[in-house]
Design a protein around this ligand. Sequence first.
Ligand SMILES: NC(=O)c1ccc[n+]([C@@H]2O[C@H](COP(=O)([O-])OP(=O)(O)OC[C@H]3O[C@@H](n4cnc5c(N)ncnc54)[C@H](O)[C@@H]3O)[C@@H](O)[C@H]2O)c1
Ligand SMILES: O=C(O)[C@H]1O[C@H](OP(=O)(O)OP(=O)(O)OC[C@H]2O[C@@H](n3ccc(=O)[nH]c3=O)[C@H](O)[C@@H]2O)[C@H](O)[C@@H](O)[C@@H]1O
Length: 386
Amino acid sequence: MATRTDLDGRPIKPITICMIGAGGFIGSHLCEKLMSETPHKVLALDVYNDKIKHLLEPDSLPWAGRIQFHRLNIKHDSRLEGLIKMADLTINLAAICTPADYNTRPLDTIYSNFIDALPVVKYCSENNKRLIHFSTCEVYGKTIGSFLPKDSPLRQDPANYVLKEDTSPCIFGSIEKQRWSYACAKQLIERLIYAEGAENGLEFTIVRPFNWIGPRMDFIPGIDGPSEGVPRVLACFSNNLLRREPLSLVDGGQSQRTFVYIKDAIEAVLLMIENPDRANGHIFNVGNPNNEVTVRQLAEMMTKVYAKVSGEPSLDSPTVDVSSKEFYGEGYDDSDKRIPDMTIINKQLGWNPKTSLWDLLESTLTYQHRTYAEAIKKSIAKPTAS
Ligand SMILES: NC(=O)c1ccc[n+]([C@@H]2O[C@H](COP(=O)([O-])OP(=O)(O)OC[C@H]3O[C@@H](n4cnc5c(N)ncnc54)[C@H](O)[C@@H]3O)[C@@H](O)[C@H]2O)c1
Ligand SMILES: O=C(O)[C@H]1O[C@H](OP(=O)(O)OP(=O)(O)OC[C@H]2O[C@@H](n3ccc(=O)[nH]c3=O)[C@H](O)[C@@H]2O)[C@H](O)[C@@H](O)[C@@H]1O
């Protein structure tokens, strides 16, 4: 492998990374990138490894020996500190991060996103190890604009909706709107990490992903993943398309999101890993401000793309409206709009996303079709027990 250089032209030394939650969606893409393009070693920690099995076996893989899987639950495993000590950098991805859980399993959500992350921060701080912690764009909550009258021209002013790491407030709903249990737990762990940096010199970077999507995200209900549970929107809509069911639009599908292709976003994470002087002490939005749609527009585009990649015509009525109470239950609430400001990540790391929403959906739905269409057909054909 040719010598890699950082953004300031200095050679990059191979390091060991302790990646917690390496078996998830983002972890699997990050491990793939680190194995195929860098000399770094990964200690991959997770409860599951299905999404990284292709990187672990067989032993003849070119990166064999550079990635080591440790099956452990960070809630209760004494090996955690030792693994953090063995590494130069810890990346914490472990979390419950599916909105259907925030209002129905708020205790698990708060424990997972705050309490369980505490020892990771503590061990990094005490052992002088660098930490890259995954937070979320949900820490911004709702936009200022959402509180203005519907017809107010001020709603069009970017100052009232573009989300900036260093100036935007964090606006959550009331406590009984348990949706915000996740965002609130993530906010508190961000504040704790920031304070460890200020008071004890912890070298940290906080990542706020804005709807990263792509292959291996979540699970397709009834085919893989947990026996119960609702995944995030990409997997919900993929599941509907694969089963030829209408796509469910929660509360009319009026909320807006910006979607970024996982492969673009992983480039940003690699820049953070390999440019500590530019990334330490910063909080980074990582998203694609050019890929904004309402959820309804996302459903329409996914329907068109899926017809193209599967060769199957779309349904006459491709969507159906459903209330959030019916879909998610009591205590659900929503972020209205999420546009990341890109000033800090541009300045520090020179990163910009490349892939359009159409293109990323085309590659992702091609993957979903190839991976799941046969299994879905078989599961539908199977006679149900009476
Ligand atoms: N995908 C996105 O767009 C997005 C957006 C915002 C924030 N995030 C954050 O990024 C991180 C990773 O997200 P993802 O999309 O890859 O989610 P994911 O659910 O696919 O991955 C999380 C992984 O952490 C593991 N994990 C959870 N609790 C654990 C524990 N106690 N011990 C060991 N492993 C544990 C899970 O098994 C899973 O493999 C999360 O912190 C999430 O909040 C992701
Ligand atoms: O990905 C992110 O950046 C963050 O946002 C997500 O939250 P959200 O975008 O609300 O989650 P999705 O499940 O992807 O839902 C997006 C929108 O689609 C809607 N939706 C979802 C599923 C569905 O079948 N139909 C539907 O209309 C939801 O109500 C919501 O408005 C999750 O909280 C986290 O994974 C993450 O922190």
